[in-house]
Ligand binder design. Sequence first.
Ligand code: PLP
Ligand code: COI
Length: 364
Amino acid sequence: MSTDQTLTFMRHPAPNPVTADVRAGLLRDPGFGRIFTDHMATIRWTQDRGWHDAQIRAREPITLDPAAAVLHYGQEIFEGLKAYTRGDGSIALFRPDQNARRFQASAARMAMPELPESLFLQAVDELVKIDAAWIPGDDGSLYLRPFMFASEPFLGVRPSYEYLFIVIASSVGSYFKGGAKAVTVWLSDRYTRAAEGGTGAVKCGGNYAASLLAQAEAIKHGCDQVVFLDAAQHRWVEELGGMNVFFVFDDGSMLTPPLSGTILPGITRDSIITLARREGRTVREERYAIDQWRADAASGKLREAFACGTAAVVSAIGKIKSAEGEFKIGDGEGGPVTAAIKAKLVGIQRGDVADADGWVRKIG
Ligand code: PLP
Ligand code: COI
């Protein structure tokens, strides 16, 4: 696997970028995934030329042949990472090498070419540099969305011979409308997200397409996110539609479902395991049954639960609803362990807490 290829990005700055005044207005309350910056990074791949034609250019609609394979067979993968402004004014990414590697793993599973890590990082860096003014203040950040899809016009069912890799950027605040308030999750007993041998462990668009009906059900029931159980027994807690999940018990220990091949190996999940273990906490990567979750919440053995991911950061789970009724965790408001883990993680990302593992990559 090549990790060292570099390309020169041709720069074509946007001829009509958003004015500073308009941008300031947009950044006041950006929400999540609605505000986009002036530019994008693009790289093409063809079977005969490999990776080529790297550009930083105006973010604009792309033309696509209606026969492009992605529109028919969904050959598409993506990533999500954030650029932060730190206390000292510098801009940094959090563990972007891990996103580059997961992007390669996603590509391999979806029979797509693997983008060298160096090109992934170069594209992200160049885009953040040109659109740095779009990073919101306070606890906002620039959410980067690298993605790649099959662009070859061809209706035969086989891996495409042409792909387009793009990075776009979105100025974001909190993922959940309620900000830091504990979220309510909907337990889906009808739909599953991923089965063994499928694509649950990679970040392909199809996983999210398959989750939308359950997510719509969650919203209908007044919930923020959906919790999926395993496809074989409908018993084991897997993850949320777009986040991993942790449980905190009365003895201070933590548990998170194992990387069984059907859940996404979250970079936030991995970072939290590392940080919690270093503090002396026991963290088990073990299966957790939904009945146990209910029983532990009722007995008080389960003190806290939280969702984690790049978009959601660390979000306390206060309540679970399902067709069988609902139950609360603790007082339903989140707890001190969740808050402390969030503070540590965000502290490292923002430069307020020492980065013992070299996770932060400064830009520029
Ligand atoms: N699980 C799913 C299904 C996700 O979409 C995400 C978000 O990327 C995560 C977990 C968390 O992954 P990460 O912490 O790498 O953002
Ligand atoms: C992320 O946290 O980056 C995600 O991909 C979750 C969701 C926005 C799809």
